[in-house]
Design a protein around this ligand. Structure first.
Ligand code: ADP
Ligand code: ADP
Ligand code: MG
Length: 453
């Protein structure tokens, strides 16, 4: 494998290319007209424009991207996250074209992309899943019946959903009736599939996920957990490893369940098994993401491994760089903060031109950024600008580093959630580590409009 085309944009395209360069692989970028001046386009060895800003006219043009890969003599395509990364049809086409898809096989992507099918598969494999329906619910009457059996509150969810989109908590029959059709049509609009199902809503839950890795030879290892419970709109904004609220014993059982999940589908390449944990540490499989995760740097910091390099090694047909679980160690504590161009209190995207972006790197943090000064955050894409990752021997030290970093981190031209992090990292709610997925919303209420003033 000598040349890789990266079918993505922004920080993750940069991130993948950095590893390629380090290990002597040539890189090819494809980009929209709106992204012409982005750092990842300049950083690539070759770059090709594939169409206008909207993703359907550019980053989702599977055939065009494959054609370019063939034309320029690329050996493989790395899909990053989002966009085509969990598109089984794309993965299949890449392989049919004689190229290597850096990820699992198309069948696994297809199975895991379907939340209902993957729940069933996991149930069969003995991995606990959230109590809920075994099939899609096609009518409101059916949904109401199922909800009565499960018990309110329930989560109404799109089977094909992702990115926190296409789900809503329903308190009562009335709420379920109110949301049923709108979630269905949202699912259809975003994911082209209106199948929805119900899960028990787990109150005061933690989202804890396990990084796993597999190769062609059937080796499967885990690389510990990430606690991603600091969320807004059911989407992560802070992730950390190890999880501050997990006993050694529960952690061990989570790793076991994640490896069992991966084994059940003969998993190859990088994957994440997401679990939801109740207040009394019962845990349930939520979904499996068949790709590199946004928050993978947290795992890289504690394990010391380059996960993109592992992905490439496995895709080359080689064994896992480390296949003996006992040799994989977690050292210190890492925390990632996702920097979004958004209003820090309403979380509404704030597109615009980044007029200024600066920091002093005294605290030695890792910054994975997709933008530079003068860059445009357009409404076409996810408004994440960068990720800030801190690592230290102890959690409190990592928090201190983050706190220090955020005092110097400035972005002007677009609103960002930096003012939120400046305060939140110092909060008791985050500091004690004992938080659940309600933490951000609850803490914001105590701030009485002080954030972002
Ligand atoms: P992770 O667990 O890696 O954070 P997410 O579910 O948050 O995964 O999604 C990964 C990326 O894909 C994010 O950039 C997210 O915004 C994007 N994404 C996922 N689904 C969608 C969608 N339906 N529409 C827009 N962006 C999406
Ligand atoms: P996505 O594909 O959008 O990432 P997930 O199923 O992984 O969807 O759920 C995203 C987030 O939504 C979880 O991290 C959690 O905060 C919340 N969530 C999902 N299902 C439930 C549930 N049954 N009970 C409580 N919260 C849930
Ligand atoms: Mg998820």
């Amino acid at each position: 494998m000598n040349k890789i085309l990266i079918a993505n944009r922004g920080e993750i395209a940069m991130r993948i290319m950095k590893t390629c360069k380090r290990i002597g692989i040539k890189t090819v970028a494809v980009h929209s007209e709106a992204d012409e001046h982005m750092p990842f386009v300049k950083f690539a060895d070759e770059a090709y424009s594939i169409g206008p800003g909207p993703v359907l006219q550019s980053y989702l043009k599977a055939d065009t991207i494959i054609e370019i890969a063939l034309k320029v003599g690329a050996d493989a395509i790395h899909p990053g996250y989002g966009l085509l990364s969990e598109n089984a049809i794309f993965a299949r086409k890449v392989c049919d074209a004689g190229l290597t898809f850096i990820g699992p096989d198309a069948e696994t992507i297809e199975l895991m992309g379907d939340k209902i099918a993957s729940r069933m598969k996991m149930k069969d494999a003995g991995v606990p899943v959230v109590p809920g329906t075994d099939e899609g619910v096609s009518s409101l009457e059916e949904a109401i019946k199922a909800a009565e059996r499960i018990g309110y509150p329930v989560m109404l969810k799109a089977s094909a959903g992702g990115g926190g989109i296409g789900m809503v908590r329903c308190e009562s029959e009335q709420a379920l009736s109110q949301h049923f059709l709108s979630i269905k049509s949202r699912a259809k609009a975003y994911f082209g599939d209106d199948v929805v199902f119900l899960e028990k809503y787990i109150d005061h839950a933690r989202h804890i996920e396990v990084q796993i890795f597999g190769d062609d030879k059937g080796n499967i290892v885990h690389l510990f957990e990430r606690n991603c419970s600091v969320q807004r709109r059911n989407q992560k904004v802070i992730e950390e490893s190890p999880s501050p609220s997990l006993s050694k014993e529960v952690a061990r059982r989570l790793y076991e369940a994640a490896v069992a999940a991966a084994k059940a589908v003969h998993y190859r390449n990088a994957g994440t098994v997401e679990f939801i944990l109740s207040e009394n540490d019962d845990f349930y499989f939520l979904e499996m993401n068949t790709r590199l995760q946004v928050e993978h740097p947290v795992t890289e910091k504690v394990t010391g491994y380059d996960l993109v390099e592992w992905q490439i090694e496995v895709a080359r047909g080689n064994e896992l760089p480390v296949k003996d679980q006992r040799q994989i160690k977690s050292v210190g504590h890492a925390i990632e903060f996702r920097i979004y161009a958004e209003d820090p209190t309403t979380f509404m995207p704030s597109p615009g031109t980044i007029r200024k972006m600066e920091w002093s790197d005294l605290a030695a943090v890792r910054i994975d950024s997709g933008y530079e000064e003068g860059g445009n955050v357009t409404p076409f894409y996810d408004p994440m600008i960068a990720k800030v990752i801190v690592h230290a021997d102890e959690r409190q030290e990592a928090i201190n580093k983050a706190e220090q970093f955020f005092t110097s981190f400035t972005i002007e031209g677009v609103k960002t959630n930096i003012p939120l992090f400046q305060r939140f990292v110092r909060s008791e709610e985050f500091g004690n580590g004992n938080y659940n997925t309600n933490v951000l919303a609850g803490w914001l209420e105590t701030q009485k409009g002080e954030v972002g003033k």
